[in-house]
Design a protein around this ligand. Structure first.
Ligand SMILES: NC(=O)c1ccc[n+]([C@@H]2O[C@H](COP(=O)([O-])OP(=O)(O)OC[C@H]3O[C@@H](n4cnc5c(N)ncnc54)[C@H](O)[C@@H]3O)[C@@H](O)[C@H]2O)c1
Length: 341
């Protein structure tokens, strides 16, 4: 197994998790960093890159570097598609932060390009790797919950206006996409992943209520899945004065599971026929749960991407799921682009 040399594009908030993640995974290392703000690339490289510093303010120069095998894209969401296509064209494997792209057309282009150039395309969905997420997924797939009724995802978060001002791309439709693409992305993905069936009907409503931004800050979405189950999402950044919950609930014939609350990787309810709820909650409840370090799940994402490269799996399941999810969000944001303040 040869060591995979990574470069990173975008050295802002989430790049820290990727820096820490590479330290957790054997056989990968960071060798280059790009950011339009040179100081950020320099500081990131000093902390996380191995070998002589390779620092770029133009990511395209980094893509010309033959020692870089793969890139992580951690820039504002509206840049993901363009940068991903450029990186694939340059013969690099590409791991893109969420969301994969802001239009399903762009997501499709990325998948086509990866297939064409035979380089691997991945995207970062860390919540799928939480042990509790794996437990829920397995319980559903093994039929322990019986027939599914419905799932509900709730993202009740607080983001002051200063959050949007700190990184002004977050205020824009073109670069951020709104609460569904940004804050609700993981909850939406988990809801769809758990139910495990394509959407056949999607409806929704969005509004911009409490922030000076171009996009919605509250969204409702309902979905009918092909297997007959229903799904519901409520997502907002309008909760006063702090985060309330990030919760996914699944209701089925012989099981009720509630994941999350103040910590999305925990379990609140595990009522599954013939299974001992107290035992599960004692281990995974909000108070007793083992705390994973912040970047632990990003490490799992990276490990999976490493395996994807080793097996030349150009477009993994998550990438295809992400494209379908973008199409779902498009349906909702297309219906109602947000009301005036
Ligand atoms: N998977 C997760 O859990 C998770 C968590 C947070 C953020 N994200 C995603 O990561 C991405 C970045 O978010 P963030 O919070 O780190 O943002 P940020 O604003 O803190 O960082 C973005 C960085 O990209 C740089 N940049 C902008 N344009 C560039 C260009 N043309 N070339 C090179 N660098 C450029 C900026 O200078 C900045 O340093 C977003 O898409 C966001 O949705 C994912």
């Amino acid at each position: 197994m040869e060591t995979i040399n990574f470069g990173i594009i975008g050295c802002g908030a989430v790049s820290e998790k990727h820096g820490q993640a590479t330290r957790q995974v054997e056989g990968v290392r960071l060798v280059a960093a790009a950011d339009v703000v040179e100081e950020r690339a320099r500081a990131f490289a000093a902390k996380y890159c191995e070998g002589p510093p390779r620092i770029y303010t133009d990511y395209r120069r980094m893509l010309e570097d033959p020692d870089v095998d793969a890139v992580i894209i951690a820039t504002p969401s509206g840049l993901h598609a363009r940068m991903g296509l450029d990186a694939l064209d340059a013969g690099k494997h590409v791991l893109i932060e969420k969301p994969l792209a802001l239009t399903s057309e762009d997501a499709g282009r990325l998948i086509e390009k990866a297939t064409h150039v035979k380089k691997c395309l991945g995207t970062v969905h860390p919540n799928r790797y939480y042990p509790t997420s794996q437990m829920i997924y397995r319980a559903i797939r093994e039929g322990r919950l019986g027939k599914l009724s419905h799932g509900v995802a709730t993202v009740r978060w607080s983001r002051p206006q200063s959050y949007y001002e700190e990184a002004p791309w977050r205020k824009t439709k073109e670069m951020d996409g709104g609460v569904l693409f940004n804050q609700a992305w993981h909850a939406l993905d988990m809801l769809f992943w758990y139910i495990g069936s394509p959407a056949v009907e999607v409806q929704g409503m969005t509004a911009r209520r409490l922030h000076d931004v171009e996009t919605e800050d509250v969204a409702f979405l309902t979905v009918r899945f092909q297997n007959g189950a229903l799904g519901l999402l409520e997502a907002t950044t309008n909760v006063y004065p702090r985060n309330l919950e990030h919760t996914i609930s699944v209701f089925a014939e012989t099981g009720t599971i509630v994941q999350g609350g103040t910590r999305p990787d925990t379990l609140k309810v595990w009522r599954v026929r013939d299974e001992a709820e107290q035992v599960v909650i004692a281990e995974w409840g909000e108070t007793r749960s083992i705390q994973h370090p912040d970047a632990w799940a990003h490490g799992k994402v990276l490990m999976d991407f490493q395996q994807q490269i080793e097996t030349t799996n150009v477009a993994c399941e998550i990438v295809n799921d992400a494209r379908n999810l973008i199409a779902v969000v498009e349906k909702v944001t297309g219906i109602q682009p947000g009301s005036p303040m």
